[in-house]
Design a protein around this ligand. Structure first.
Ligand code: 13P
Ligand code: SF4
Length: 305
């Protein structure tokens, strides 16, 4: 039986031999984050996909992340380590619904959270991630915007950019949206004085309780730089764990133990090894028309972000 360390060794050897670059979202299990070439939030993963010189990108995350990597690196082989790992939010709105909305709102620009299918991106004008949404919506020339699919992130953007008309559609991350205001109040009562740091995919009434709102990476940077010693972490549980490794002198409490993304946790080290060795994972192949139209809004995201 191989140990975790032995399997990590095999992966590191295999990826060097086969010129594979591993991109892991920070919600992945820590044994995967440890062997990744690049790790971070969705925006950092996109940038790394574009910058990497490797022939093959192996994405440890969910399907929209692998599709985004493919859109940014069309000449590379892009493999999703766990083919079953999807993001429920990415599937919540269809391109037809967006086109219907656009027909009645001429001049309205469509801003799609990167957590969407490549197909939905074909009807968007620009993509955003949680770290760039406010900046991009604020800086865009358009005064009227349809933001989709995440109503919670959309609500946060609307609050931060009150000078624009921002329309929202239904849609949410079921993991972050499961946390309630009562959970936030209970965590604050249990850890008095510890600031609450939350992801904007949380409900507005949870965000309203927070001392800091930001993407996965922004939450990590804030906690690392802060002089405070205790923090309540309002995003996927892996972030509290990674912070605890990075800052052993501080303490990190998950806002709620409901904050586990089962899709992000589908990828295992054996999946990564099988994909590196070419006997597992799924190669992302997108129709030419989708590649052409969807990559425009991803490129626009990198230009404006
Ligand atoms: P970020 O990576 O943009 O922080 O988003 C979190 C998330 O839910 C990814 O699926
Ligand atoms: Fe999708 Fe939410 Fe999981 Fe991110 S945490 S992959 S948005 S379900």
């Amino acid at each position: 039986m191989a140990t975790v360390a032995q399997m990590q060794e095999q992966i590191l050897r295999g990826k060097a031999e086969r010129n594979v670059c591993i991109l892991a979202h920070s919600y992945q299990a820590s044994e995967i984050v440890e062997i990744a070439d690049y790790t971070g939030d969705s925006f950092q993963m996109s940038r790394s996909a574009q910058q990497s010189k490797a022939k093959t990108l192996l994405v440890c995350g969910v399907r929209f992340m692998a599709e985004t990597a493919k859109l940014l690196s069309p000449k590379k082989r892009v493999i999703l380590a766990s083919p079953d790992a999807g993001c429920p939010m990415a599937e919540q709105i269809s391109p037809a619904e967006v086109l219907t909305f656009k027909a009645t709102h001429p001049g309205c620009k469509v801003v799609a959270y990167v957590n969407t299918t490549a197909e939905l991106k074909t009807v968007a004008d620009v993509c955003v991630t949680s770290s760039s949404a406010v900046k991009i919506v604020r800086d865009m020339e358009a005064e009227e915007i349809l933001f989709l699919p995440d109503g919670n992130l959309g609500h946060y953007v609307k609050q931060q950019v009150p000078e624009k008309t921002v329309h929202l559609m239904r849609g949410c991350c079921p993991v972050h949206a499961a946390v309630t205001k009562e959970d936030a109040l209970a965590a604050k009562a249990a850890h008095p004085g510890a600031p609450l740091l939350v992801h904007p995919e949380c409900r507005p009434e949870v965000v309203a309780q927070a001392e800091f709102v930001g993407s996965t990476s922004a939450i990590m940077e804030y906690a690392k730089a802060s002089d405070q010693k205790e923090f309540i972490i309002g995003t996927e549980m892996s972030i509290a764990e990674l912070l605890q490794y990075a800052c052993p002198e501080k303490r990190f409490f998950p806002l709620s133990k409901k904050l586990i993304c089962s899709d992000m946790k589908l990828t295992t080290l054996p999946d990564v090894l099988a994909a590196v060795e070419g006997r597992g994972g799924e190669e992302i192949v997108l129709p030419e028309s989708v590649m052409r139209r969807a990559s425009v809004c991803i490129e626009e995201m990198l230009r404006l972000g």
